[in-house]
Design a protein around this ligand. Structure first.
Ligand code: ATP
Ligand code: MG
Length: 428
């Protein structure tokens, strides 16, 4: 036997029994975006490497060690997108969507990061994200948070997630704070681990994000950006809190929340859960007012979020998963050659007459017993049986297969074709 070729580590197949949950989540997200009138944007999975380096930042986990970067046949350095925001901004600038306009956009699709695969952390994973351009107020920041809160409600997850928010200020106030923080960290240099020493000059704010227990006490005492915000950012943050209060969305102000990407300004937020171990962030976002200009566009305010679909799916409870699975309405069995000919055409007629009908045909014939076995496997609610007897009197036998759905299980009756259409129409 030839060697089996395996998939790439950390890149998963989504199998038929998992896809209903994916389709349910995707449909729910589409509906949510539709209801707030966000428009979908689709961009390529490959971009020029420079796009991500310039936007995400050279000294970030993603750019330092997680990108799938390679030279293509022309020798151009390309990268499989590790996230959507940079590509969304690139597409917005390139297609003239951002100048003097307001845009509410969303996207969904695979992202790629070369991380150590583990539960909730994969090398190909999926994100859904929303990005808004041309609006500078905290009202739009609050709208984005409301949308995500609504999603948790729809999915029955409100009790499983909590919201953390923070403000990173304007670039100017952040720069001043950065100086103060660096001084503090220099004074405590002996307590810094290797990673933090490396970041001390290049990205000191990220040190606040460290999970190293040995550094926690020192980090606790570090100066807080929240105490050194400029007035504009302070006002923006206070107003955001007022909006969240007004709709009853609970939040925790986490002054250490800095996010892993360089481009954030003012509002940042994360929805976290304690139900997924170390991979606890489900959705993360914030304002990135400087990025459009940094990528060559006109100065444009921007804010957005991205959520990890895999983590979302692993949070879903049994009820939601069951709701996401839709069984076929009916399965057609045909006994004998003549019944097969008549029945084949009848299945198409039923599909013509009843919009939304999910009907499975038992193909390949065989004994009643073997057809029933396949019919049962289809999970359909009702079996439609066509044999010599039914052909003679122009009827069809229906048999209820699911006890849990009808107390009519195993009951069977002969009905006319019109009665059948009426009955199935009630099911769709
Ligand atoms: P983490 O701290 O878990 O590495 P991150 O800060 O790198 O997350 P973002 O870049 O903000 O994550 O991406 C947004 C969301 O995408 C995350 O909150 C998470 O749900 C999901 N995500 C990120 N990386 C992965 C991955 N490798 N596998 C699965 N989901 C991921
Ligand atoms: Mg990460």
């Amino acid at each position: 036997m030839a060697d089996k070729i395996q998939s790439i580590r950390g890149m998963n197949d989504i199998l038929p029994d998992e896809s209903p949950a994916w389709q349910y989540i995707e449909a729910t997200l589409r509906q949510l975006m539709f209801s707030y009138d966000y428009k979908e944007i689709r961009f390529p999975v490959l971009e020029k490497t420079a796009l991500f380096k310039r936007s995400i930042g050279e000294v970030t986990d993603i750019v330092e060690k997680e990108m799938y970067t390679f030279d293509d046949r022309n020798g151009d350095s390309l990268t499989l997108r590790p996230e959507g925001t940079a590509a969304c901004v690139r597409a917005g600038i390139q297609n003239g969507l951002l100048v003097n306009q307001q845009q509410r956009l969303w996207y969904m699709g695979p992202m790629f990061r070369h991380e150590r695969p583990q539960k909730g952390r994969y090398r190909q994973f999926h994100q859904m994200g929303a990005e808004v351009y041309g609006m500078d107020g905290p009202d739009i920041d609050a709208e984005l948070i409301c949308m995500t809160a609504r999603l948790w409600k729809t999915l029955g997850l409100s009790e499983s997630v909590t919201l953390q928010i923070n403000s990173l200020g304007t670039p100017t106030s952040r720069e001043i704070y950065r100086g103060m923080l660096t001084t503090y960290l220099e004074d405590n240099k002996s307590l810094l681990d290797e990673d933090s020493l490396r970041r001390l000059q290049s990205n000191p704010l990220r040190i606040l994000d460290s999970k190293n227990p040995a550094m926690q006490a020192m980090i606790e005492k570090a100066p807080r950006l929240m105490d050194h915000l400029d007035d504009e950012s302070k006002e923006h943050f206070a107003q955001l809190c007022t909006y969240l209060d007004s709709v009853g969305i609970a939040y925790e102000i986490n002054t250490r929340l800095v996010r892993g990407l360089d481009y954030y300004t003012k509002t940042v937020f994360e929805w976290v859960t304690d139900k997924l171990g170390a991979q606890g962030t489900i959705c993360a976002g914030g304002r990135y007012d400087g990025l459009v200009k940094q990528l060559g566009g006109r100065d444009t305010r921007a804010v957005g979020f991205a959520m990890g679909i895999e983590r979302l799916i692993s949070l879903l409870n049994q009820d939601t998963l069951e709701k996401s699975y839709q069984r076929p309405h009916a399965v057609m069995l045909m006994m004998g050659e003549q019944a097969q000919n008549v029945g084949f055409a009848l299945t198409e007629q039923l599909r013509d007459s009843i919009e939304g009908l999910r009907l499975v045909t038992v193909c390949g014939g065989g004994s009643f017993k073997s057809q029933m076995k396949r019919a049962d496997k289809s999970q359909a609610e009702i079996a439609l049986i066509l044999g010599d007897n039914e052909l003679d009197n122009n009827t069809i036998t229906i048999k209820y297969l699911r006890a849990e759905l009808e107390d009519k299980q195993f009951q069977q009756e002969q009905v006319s074709q019109q009665q059948l259409i009426d009955l199935l129409s009630l099911k769709v």
